[in-house]
Design a protein around this ligand. Structure first.
Ligand SMILES: *Cc1c(COP(=O)(O)O)cnc(C)c1O
Length: 360
């Protein structure tokens, strides 16, 4: 069997070119006689891999010099704790609850201080982004926290919240490198890479230098201090070396595609094909308020659970994998990250049309 169209929310599809290149270099990376997996993270060859990866993500996102780029472990979920441990000087932070991941981050922060939910879309199953233009932000809040793209519910902040001068912290796991971004609007941008950037095991943290201090909460483990990783250029201990190498290849691939403006254009085109179909279908419906729709994760339902299950099953048999919706939402979800080719989306829509005709 060949490769399928993989609509998984994560770990997710990676560019075929990147996988092929990695396969070619598997046994002998550039004449070193060994795989990147077998290599010292202090070797010349590896130093070049991690430094090039950092430079490439800096180029892609236009990251200013006063921000550090850290390649860490522990997934996005570890950041739920690292953020308060490092940033909660006043032990106060404001959270905007737009889904499960924001909620988990908020719950974790409550271990460390007074984490307040200042807005939420839980009343309508997180199907929209609340108005964040004038929120009751605490004068002493150390930061305002958002999950910018909600992987499970398929919503995305199209405008960032008005934080009233407070530091903005954003989990961008599922929209990382999907469009251009103004890094200066954030104090911290972070994401687990297994959604849109690379293999599981790496989380990238882009953090403004003034937020990196010795002054962490008492009891913060050394490994959870941004400063130790920043001072050691992500080489304090053994980093997730092979994962970073693959991320580096994805950065090169993105540059070849024309960078983030170009990939955004493609992402808009892909999402449009699917949303246009959903908007005219008599069987399938999108579940998200139109203006808040994500370009990356597209949830939809038929309104009939049996029909949903039949669709997922038949889609799988036809080579469209992982279309089942998250267990908390039901229905279907198509994740159409950077590496999903446009043909994959076109063929999915053709399949949906056919299914609709056959089951009308
Ligand atoms: C998947 C996901 C997470 C959790 O990532 P882990 O690396 O598994 O901890 C957190 N936030 C968002 C937005 C996600 O999509």
């Amino acid at each position: 069997m060949g490769r399928v169209y993989n609509f998984s929310a994560g770990p997710a599809v990676l560019p075929e070119e990147v996988l092929k290149e990695a396969a070619e270099e598997m046994l002998d990376y550039k004449g070193t006689g060994m795989s990147v997996m077998e290599m010292s993270h202090r070797s010349k060859a590896y130093e070049e891999i991690i430094q090039t990866a950092e430079q490439d993500i800096r180029d892609l996102m236009n990251i200013p010099d006063n921000y550090k780029v850290l390649f860490l472990q522990g997934g996005a979920s570890q950041q739920f704790a690292m953020i308060p441990m490092n940033l909660m000087k006043n032990r106060k932070a404001d959270y905007i609850i737009t889904g499960q991941w924001a909620k988990k981050a908020w719950q974790e922060a409550q271990i460390y201080g007074e984490a307040k939910a200042i807005a939420s879309s839980a009343d309508k199953t997180f199907s929209y982004i609340p108005d964040c233009s004038d929120l009751p932000i605490d004068d002493d809040a150390d930061y305002v926290y958002i999950c910018e793209n909600n992987t499970i519910y398929g919503t995305k902040f199209k405008t960032l919240p008005n934080t009233k001068g407070k530091t903005l912290v954003a989990d961008v796991s599922s929209c990382f490198l999907s469009e251009p971004v103004d890094v200066t609007k954030y104090g911290v941008i972070y994401g687990g890479v297994q959604k849109n950037v690379g293999p599981a095991g790496v989380v990238i943290v882009i953090i403004r230098e003034d937020l990196i201090t010795e002054d962490t909460l008492p009891g913060t483990p050394t490994m959870l201090k941004y400063k130790i990783h920043a001072d050691n250029n992500s080489l304090y201990n053994t980093p997730p070396a092979y994962g970073i190498y693959i991320c580096g290849k994805v950065f090169k691939w993105l540059k070849k595609q024309g960078g983030l403006e170009a990939i955004q254009k493609k992402n808009i085109e892909k999402a449009q094909i699917l949303y246009d179909f959903l908007d005219q279908s008599k069987m399938f419906h999108g579940t998200v308020r139109k203006e808040d729709r994500s370009l990356m994760n597209v949830p939809f339902v038929t309104g009939n659970e049996e029909l949903d299950a039949k669709f997922v099953k038949e889609a799988k048999a036809a080579g469209f994998e992982n279309l089942k919706g998250h267990r908390t939402v039901g229905g279907m979800r198509a994740s159409i990250y950077n590496a999903m080719p446009i043909e994959g989306v076109k063929k999915l829509v053709e399949f949906m049309k056919k299914f609709e005709e056959e089951n009308a």
